[in-house]
Design a protein around this ligand. Structure first.
Ligand code: G3I
Length: 305
């Protein structure tokens, strides 16, 4: 097929991108989105500070804009993200444990119910583990006040609010086999053993020269899949340009295609112009929406299988 989404769909997968609501009115942005991609993730619009800046007052306008655009195009929608230490309004961190638990449950319930039936997969909890070799949980209001159990509480609450959405744990630097990915692996294994509802692991896939695509990437995807969850590449980008960048993208696509439970790939933006990695060129389309070597490589890899 001649587009990323159609090529991925030929293998039963999706190819998505992060989207920002305020760029949808830019014609080449929307045209590239609609032509090439068959899944979207709101880049910031569903985060806690965007939807519940004030306690129990929910503002879904920008997120709804992305959801209705995506629905109009028949795209899958990944919900990002319900519980995260970042982009968290100040009022949340001020709560005591009892209040925080009810605020977290209410946030999850209200947001998931608002989008019930429309979301393919939710990133229920994002980035709960520390970097480095410890495999420890990251400090956050949730971790510090509620303890390890907040993660399963979040998953159970999300399941109750929309039983049909896939529920993912999402993190970065878990792309290869390392202490952090093994800590996530052990948590997922425990959840599966105890019947905590989890359906997928999101591997963000932010790569650069310090953290290149690891040699054991496919093996790591496979070990998660073998636990009985899907894996999804959720936020891919690769710092750099040219052939090296294209080769990294190819390696990720090939690894996903080789793992039957790798459901799809999402890149973290359409055009280099709007990447969160300002000053870098990590995406598939350049600042003028021209296809880069990385685009050509991804399309070829998707069609080679
Ligand atoms: O919306 C405000 C705007 O009102 C204000 O005028 C402006 C001034 O700074 O800031 C705007 O908010 C910014 C927001 O993006 C929306 O553009 C924040 O400052 C900025 O920090 C925020 O960055 C986002 C970042 O998450 C925050 O942590 C990036 O766009 C987004 O790409 C990035 O995405 C994360 C994933 O959610 C999780 N994984 C890592 C990934 C990359 O960091």
């Amino acid at each position: 097929a001649s587009t990323l989404g159609a090529s991925a769909a030929a293998d039963g997968r999706y190819f998505g991108t992060a989207v920002a609501a305020n760029h949808l009115s830019e014609a080449p942005y929307a045209t590239t989105l609609d032509t090439e991609f068959n899944a979207v993730t709101p880049e910031n619009e569903m985060k806690w500070d965007a939807v519940e800046a004030t306690r129990n007052t929910f503002t879904f306008g920008s997120a709804d804009q992305i959801v209705s655009h995506a629905q109009g195009q028949g795209m899958k929608i990944r919900g990002h993200t319900l519980v995260w230490y970042s982009q968290l309004p100040g009022w949340v961190s001020g709560l005591n444990a009892t209040d925080l638990k009810s605020a977290m449950d209410n946030h999850i319930t209200q947001v998931v119910q608002h989008y019930k039936g429309k979301i393919y997969a939710w990133d229920v909890v994002n980035e709960a583990f520390q970097d480095g070799g410890s495999g420890a949980r990251r400090s956050s209001p949730f971790q510090d006040k509620l303890g390890d159990g907040y993660i399963e509480e979040a998953f159970r609450t999300a399941r109750a609010a929309d039983p049909d959405a896939k529920l993912c744990y999402n993190d970065y630097n878990i792309d290869g086999v390392n202490a952090k990915s093994t800590a996530v692996y052990n948590m997922v294994k425990d959840f599966k053993a105890r019947g905590v509802p989890i359906d997928c692991v999101g591997l963000q896939g932010h790569f650069n020269s310090q953290s290149p695509v690891p040699g054991d990437y496919q093996a790591n995807l496979q070990r998660f899949a073998d636990l009985g969850v899907d894996v999804q590449i959720t936020e891919m980008d690769v710092a750099g340009s040219g052939t090296a960048q294209a080769n990294s993208y190819t390696a990720v696509v090939n690894a996903c295609l080789a793992v039957s439970r790798c459901a799809g790939i999402t890149v973290w933006g359409i055009t280099d112009k709007y990447s969160w990695r300002s000053g870098d060129t990590p995406l598939l389309f350049d600042g003028n929406y021209a296809k880069k070597p990385a685009y050509t490589a991804v399309l070829a890899a998707l069609n080679a299988s």
